[in-house]
Design a protein around this ligand. Structure first.
Ligand SMILES: Cc1ncc(COP(=O)(O)O)c(C=O)c1O
Length: 387
């Protein structure tokens, strides 16, 4: 056991299921452990490292802004924040022209649920089975996974919340009613097993919400920022929600979350929501640089091409253990007929870090700067791990 592990174990909350590996450095799509071993990083900061590790443009923007002004709450206006708002106005659908900045994915969902309740004066929330939206109290209502709420007293804690089967139109029709404030949806379920939504499900959800006065919240915390082959997955589905939640790779690895919303949400009561760190100039500078780099490096195109390569390679593996290979862009997963743990460990031994998505799915979330030769190595390691 390394010294790092021992020191963390002495004080850690105990809430995380950790692997016995201390990661100390990264460059592009590779990370190194404290013993100097290199790994191809298909965990990618669980989706927060789309840009790759050690991007110098982002590092320099952070350093420059840290020397200029790191803290400035929304009590005041700020030049970096204004620049970031302009940037999002350019890259988001025109309807989503108002923005609330926060610090994480769960906080973005939390805020979006509050905004929807305030705007509709309704309290019901409909979400999907296997959906994941974070674990703070509000977001947890939308997250599926009875195991996350058992210790809190179970379903009774979240009255007015229901979960419909993903990609099933009839259930949706029955669930969205006169008390529904919002329907919350991931376009590709990430934690829930790498499951892309069908376009019919997404369009019907948007139609039903419009028809019944509920608001559609898209959770692009994991699918955003080029991951699925377009800057935002909503582009490939051709859908514009009332509220859009973003986080993870938004600021090149710095914590940041964002809710973009349309005028349909109406005027929100002043002071009904806020965040001290939300919209701080340091995170804004990092985000401006990170999005600039995503565009310069054409990461959406990279995700499409490398994603096709990875999916093709994984589908070509002949193994009786594989049930299905799924994905969109570089959000890919193999569903096994057995627990995914042993395969994830075998991949790690072969120098590839992956993560689970539910009990039986091995998920690949590499930085989008990953090269073709590195993808070939990931495919070869997976074939060996499943042999
Ligand atoms: C789709 C989705 N929504 C929300 C979250 C929560 O984000 P965070 O961990 O930043 O709170 C996650 C995290 O994995 C996610 O994948």
């Amino acid at each position: 056991m390394s010294d790092i592990q021992e020191r963390e174990d002495r004080h850690t909350s105990g809430l995380y299921q950790k692997r016995p590996l201390a990661i100390v450095r990264g460059e592009g799509a590779v990370v190194w452990d404290s013993d100097g071993n290199a790994y191809i990083d298909c965990v990618g900061g669980q989706g927060s490292a789309n840009l790759g590790h050690g991007n110098t443009a982002v590092a320099e923007a952070i350093a420059r802004q840290a020397r200029t002004l790191a803290s400035c709450t929304e009590l005041f206006y700020n030049d970096r924040r204004a620049e970031l708002y302009d940037l999002f106005a350019r890259i988001l659908p025109a309807e989503l022209d108002r923005v609330f900045l926060c610090n994480s994915g769960t906080e973005a969902i939390e805020g979006a649920l509050k905004f929807a309740r305030m705007a509709t004066k309704r309290s019901g929330v409909v979400a999907t089975m296997r959906g994941f939206h974070g674990k703070t109290m509000g977001a947890l209502a939308a997250t599926w996974g009875p195991e996350y709420r058992e210790a809190l007293g179970g379903e009774a804690l979240f009255p007015g919340t229901s979960h419909v089967p993903f990609n099933k139109l009839e259930a949706l029709d029955a669930a969205i009613g006169p008390d529904t404030a919002a329907f919350v949806l991931e376009l590709v379920q990430g934690e829930g097993g790498v499951r892309p939504a069908t376009p019919e499900f997404v369009h019907e959800a948007a139609r039903l919400c419009r028809e019944r006065g509920a608001l559609l919240i898209l959770d692009e915390v994991q699918t955003g920022f080029c991951r699925t082959g377009t800057m935002f997955a909503l582009e490939s589905y051709g859908v514009v929600p009332d509220l859009l939640c973003l986080a993870k790779s938004i600021a090149g690895g710095l914590p940041m979350g964002l809710i973009a919303f349309s005028r349909a949400v109406g005027d929100l009561p002043r002071r009904s929501h806020s965040s001290t760190f939300g919209g701080n100039p340091l995170a804004c500078a990092a985000s401006i640089a990170a999005i600039g780099e995503m565009e310069r490096l054409r990461l959406a195109e990279c995700a499409r091409e490398r994603g096709d390569q990875l999916l093709r390679g994984l589908r070509g593996i002949e193994s009786a253990k594989v049930r299905e290979v799924r994905g969109l862009g570089l959000l890919c997963g193999i569903e096994l007929k057995e627990n995914a743990g042993p395969t994830i460990r075998a991949l790690q031994e072969r120098g590839v870090l992956t993560l689970g998505a539910g009990p039986t799915v091995v998920r690949y979330l590499p930085p989008l700067v990953i090269g073709t030769e590195q993808i070939d190595r990931v495919i070869a390691a997976t074939a060996a791990a499943l042999a």
